[in-house]
Design a binder for this molecule. Sequence first.
Ligand code: ADP
Ligand code: MG
Length: 250
Amino acid sequence: MIIRLRNVRKVYKMGAERIHALDGVHLDIEKGEYVAVMGHSGSGKSTLMNMLGCLDRPTSGTYELDGQLTTRMSGGELARVRNRRIGFVFQSFELMPRMTAVKNVELPLVYAPDGWRGRHKMARAALDRVGLADRAHHKPNQMSGGQRQRVAIARALICRPSILLADEPTGNLDSKTSAEILDLFDAIHKDGQTIIMVTHEADVACHAKRIVRMSDGRVVSDLPVEADEVYALASYHSGEGPLEQGVVGQ
Ligand code: ADP
Ligand code: MG
């Protein structure tokens, strides 16, 4: 098991009010899974991702990543786990604006033992894998949204993380570019990478193999994609899924 959450709670205090952003979450994820997290705004998706990414600690409950209990780790240990084991991709890309693509991708390698030549070579290879070999010296404002997200994905994968976390990775992209980014995620998943992705779009979610639905800080449904309603919805829209065939067959 790569991820094991037990009774995880996160309580925010806002004056006298207490907000239960996560309200007793149990979640197990195996190595190599591709999971989509869905739920309406405010249901706790980002809080969950921050927890999984060791950007935040639970108020109570436990989180094991790769068999290690993270909830007892010091700040320094957590930072190391974040750097080595977790790759993040965000809706807004979060690249360093003054740095070229290759410099952005090199950033997580600051602690790597390789010299600068080695790091540069690794970053170039990572850009090549996401189809951006010819954009290595462009800065973010000289690239399209889709290209920026590819740089962010190359950066997220450069340390060969245990898990890739993506919070609405296609939220700022048009549908054609979104499809290209999702194809890239499919390829990364086929290579064995564990992926956990937040989205509220059915046609994005159905790239995953498993759908976890949240509401009011709880997991309210956790099903293989074929058993979740997004599958029916997405295949209905594409006009070739089981729902459509079922309708025709009757
Ligand atoms: P989602 O990503 O599903 O939209 P979030 O995880 O961002 O939801 O938020 C879950 C709940 O926790 C919401 O009610 C939100 O207002 C609250 N919340 C999130 N972050 C904070 C914070 N830093 N301080 C106080 N409340 C927060
Ligand atoms: Mg969110």
